[in-house]
Write a protein that binds this ligand. Structure first.
Ligand code: SF4
Length: 671
């Protein structure tokens, strides 16, 4: 093995120049020292020490590199064999016997959730030669005569969770720029002008040019969270010039949940469109739970490492040390975590600024760091002090940072205060330092913000954090609706998403009330897919418009099946329709039970079009409407005639008692 060769080659030189004796105090006089003696010997020893330190550093660096290579080869080999053979999702996580005891429920299948959809793969060749299979969901419409393709996050289907997902990225990682530096992050490659397979994959998903993805990653405006160890990942790009993305949180607590439930929530999240997930486990078996999640997640997985660190310290903040935190980071890095929320911007000087708040510090991570600083004689935040060390670990594994907003407002009253914005400014400094080490970054944002204060958050983040992607929790637009905070927050999320936030962290109906279950996860995701899609429409994303137009057309043409199938939640849409009109014949009816057949405005409009008759007259009617919409002035004669007609109709409306609707027999016929 290479490592053995190196050690052997060093042995003679160590004895030959007596380096060991001078540098370590080990037995045996150096040969040179014996000849020179006295002051000369001391000078020689000093020279050798000076030479020895850099040489030792070089050797250590080489050995680390070889160790990393060996680890990578082992990992790729294990991935190729399948995780079951190597211990896999089951063995690696909980150990054989414990894994056997787990009982996984069969979650509803892809087809159960999306009838009339199939998963298709676009085959794309990366510039480096890899053949990429990029997933999409194809929705059949018009009885299969046409289809609409949409972004798909559901991952490979029909996979045994004990086996884990296929190791899609293993060959991509193995083939990384041979001879290049060890720390080949996506940002490093982007700055070198290299389009990685991950970038090409994301570009195909987005319908964007791979070169554009590369340029955005190089500039720091977009990130591709993709730990080298998370080989099951189907990469996604997060940036404001791409589809607005949605994150789903789950994870156990000390009170409830199990590995099986958390894996189920993961599968349920990706089925309903989660672009990333965060495992926020704080209960038992944190490591094992995460291992199951990593091996079964097709989307980037984020964590808040201080949670596990606190668990390791038995829940005692005083027991947290940098060493324990670093150990936790390395443990999670090895498992493949793609991004970390680290609250390094919560500085000591900001803590007093929260004293007058209505709800103080509401971020778990923020409050842990604040307490840690206070009980350690007001020392500065250790994550801030060790930022460079954290960056080195991130660069090693290509882990992205999601710089936490530990001082985010926890209620409407506290929004946009000094503490919140003080931390955001520090986030900017930390972002630029990360970029110097080619570590990808996004910035976390609030929280609870009234709609009139949302834009200021976006503006300041873009300005102070040099346009790194913004990742916000909601924000909740009001605090008065516990049990409906997926809605209060989706309102804020759509507003800030339209302004340019790249990743929206979902909120479930259980927010502020309890740990969400599988159904809550779905509710939260649907609310946030609406917010993200509304943001994309507002930003003018062409693919968002295509899907919207397809559904609008289906609705107008009474293609009920297509309307269901093009919706975010086809099964629920169908069931709501069928509650009142269940018969098959009603799927072609030109009305629904909301307004009924006589008052269906869509039907009436179609009849109006039919009255216009030929395509030519319809076209002329359309051109009239277009001209009106564009506020084109009418010719003077036509304007006079129109004004006269308006006055006449107005008088008639007043004559009839200013009422819009009248019994049929009261309506005068003719003009
Ligand atoms: S009845 Fe009303 S709600 Fe139903 S399709 Fe017609 S216009 Fe739409």
């Amino acid at each position: 093995m290479a490592r053995g060769r190196r050690v052997k080659a060093q042995a003679p030189s160590k004895g030959g120049v007596g380096f060991g004796a001078a540098g370590t105090g080990a037995a045996g006089a150096p040969a040179g020292a014996g000849r020179a003696g006295g002051a000369d010997a001391a000078a020689l020893r000093a020279r050798l020490r000076a030479r020895g330190a850099p040489a030792a550093r070089t050797r250590v660096a080489r050995l680390e590199e070889e160790l990393e290579e060996a680890r990578q080869q082992l990992y790729v080999a294990e991935a190729a064999e399948g995780f079951s053979a190597a211990g896999g999702a089951a063995g690696g996580a909980a150990g054989g016997a414990a894994a056997d005891a787990l009982v996984f429920r069969q979650a509803p299948t892809f087809f159960d959730c999306y009838p009339s959809s199939v998963k298709v793969y676009a085959e794309v060749r990366a510039p480096s030669g890899e053949l990429l299979r990029v997933p999409r969901r194809r929705i059949a419409i018009k009885n299969g005569a046409e289809s609409v393709d949409v972004y798909d996050t559901s991952g490979p289907q029909n996979v045994d969770v004990r086996e884990g997902l296929p190791a899609l990225r293993a060959p991509w990682v193995a083939a990384r720029a041979p001879g290049g530096p060890r720390r080949q992050t996506q940002m490093w490659a982007a700055k070198q002008g290299i389009v990685t397979p991950e970038m090409a994959f994301c570009a195909a998903r987005e319908g964007a040019d791979p070169e554009f993805v590369r340029a955005e990653v190089a500039r720091g405006r977009a990130i591709i969270p993709a730990n080298k160890r998370h080989v099951e990942l189907e990469p996604t790009v997060i940036g404001r010039k791409f589809h607005t993305k949605v994150n789903a949180n789950f994870g156990n607590s000390a009170v409830t949940s199990s590995i099986e439930e958390e894996v189920e929530k993961l599968q349920w999240s990706t089925m309903w469109g989660a672009d990333t997930v965060m495992d926020l486990s704080t209960g038992d078996n944190i490591h094992e739970t995460r291992e199951w999640i990593m091996r079964n997640s097709p989307v980037p997985v984020g964590t808040v490492p201080i949670y596990q660190c606190l668990e390791k310290a038995n829940g005692d903040v005083a027991g947290i040390t940098w060493e324990l935190f670093r150990e936790t980071l390395l443990e999670q890095a090895e498992q493949g975590v793609d991004y970390w929320t680290i609250h390094a911007g919560v500085l000591l000087e900001f803590v007093p600024l929260t004293a007058e708040r209505l709800t103080g510090i509401v971020s778990r991570g923020g409050s842990i760091h604040a307490k840690h600083m206070l009980i350690n004689d007001h020392t500065q935040n250790f994550a801030y002090q060790h930022w460079d060390d954290i960056l080195d670990i991130c660069a090693e594994y290509d882990i992205s940072l999601s710089i936490g907003d530990g001082l985010r407002p926890g209620c409407i009253k506290d929004a946009n205060d000094e503490a919140q914005f003080g931390e955001l400014r520090v986030q900017g400094e930390l972002t630029r330092r990360a970029w110097e080490k080619n570590v990808q970054v996004m910035n976390e944002g609030p929280g609870h913000v009234p709609l009139n204060k949302v834009q200021e958050n976006m503006d300041k983040q873009l300005d102070w954090c040099s346009e790194a992607p913004f990742y916000t929790l909601g924000p909740l637009a009001t605090d008065i609706a516990p049990a409906y905070d997926h809605i209060t927050s989706a309102i804020g999320a759509a507003t800030i998403g339209a302004a340019g936030t790249a990743l929206l962290c979902y909120v479930t109906p259980k927010e502020h009330l309890g740990l969400p279950d599988r159904d809550d996860v779905k509710q939260g995701l649907i609310a946030y897919k609406i917010a993200a899609h509304a943001s994309d429409l507002a930003k003018g994303h062409p693919r968002a418009q295509i899907r919207d137009d397809a559904l609008s057309a289906a609705r107008f043409e009474f293609r009920w099946e297509d309307q269901f199938n093009l919706s975010l939640d086809p099964v629920t849409a169908r069931s709501f329709h069928d509650e009142t009109l269940p018969a098959d014949a009603s799927k072609s009816a030109h009305f629904c039970s909301m307004c009924g057949p006589k008052f269906c405005s869509m039907k009436i409009t179609q009849e109006v079009r039919e009255i216009f008759g030929s395509d030519e007259t319809a076209a002329s009617a359309n051109s009239f409407l277009t001209a009106a919409a564009a506020a084109e002035p009418l010719a003077p004669d036509a304007q006079a005639e129109a004004d006269e007609g308006m006055l006449e109709m107005s008088a008639k409306f007043r004559e009839m008692g200013d009422e819009i609707y009248h019994p049929e027999d009261e309506i005068p016929t003719g003009r």
